[in-house]
Structure formats: structure tokens, C-alpha cells
Design a protein. Sequence first.
Length: 130
Amino acid sequence: MLFNQLMHILLFVVFLLTYVLAYNYVRPFLINRRRMLSTMLFKVSYMVYLLILLLFVYLFLLFGANRVEYQISDAMFFLALVLLFLPNIAILIRRKVKRGRVLYNYFFTGINLLAAYFLIDKLIQNRWFL
């Protein structure tokens, strides 16, 4: 029982630290003068996505990893992997994109929102909020 509570606390602290480090790296409210709206939307949507992703992983590890009825198909697993890595890679290489940066920002804002919607949908389907 004590081990389970320590695991909850440890995971929470690690995920909180991850989110704080990501916030310091992304700096979502640091405004770019040329691309104000697209940059801010991209950064804020990434931070929302990351929050939902960390919540999803936390709930999955603690409440859903050992249950047989939470098995997913191969296509869903592949989609989950793509939506796990694509937004993170996009936020890391955003500064290297020079041409079409506004389009890049809007495109990955859509990807971030799609990934967040997918994760929320899976949380609701598996009833991990209850």
C-alpha cells in the first residue's frame, strides 16, 4: 500500500517537473513580433497537448496498464505513437524552419489539437476519470 502511494507521488513529481521544464523551453507567452498569433497558438496548443499527454500517461500507468479490456488495435497503437512523437519533434525543430513558418505553426497547432482530442477521447472511452 505504501509503495503504491509512493509511486503516485513519484510519478506526479516527475511529470510536474517535465511540464515545468517544457514550459521553460517553449516559453509560450514570449511573443514573436512577425508571427505573433501563429507562434502563440502553436506554443499554447503544445502546452495543452503536453498537459493532456502527461495526464493520459499518468492515468494509464496507474489505472489501465494491467487490464485486458484496454487492449488497442495495431492501427490505433501506431496512431498513438505518431501523435506521441510528432508534436514533440515539431516543437524542437520549429526554429530551424525559416520559410513557411506561419503555415508550419498553424499546421502543427492543428496536429497538437488533434492529438489532445484523441487522448481525451481515449480517456473518456476507457473511463479513467471515474
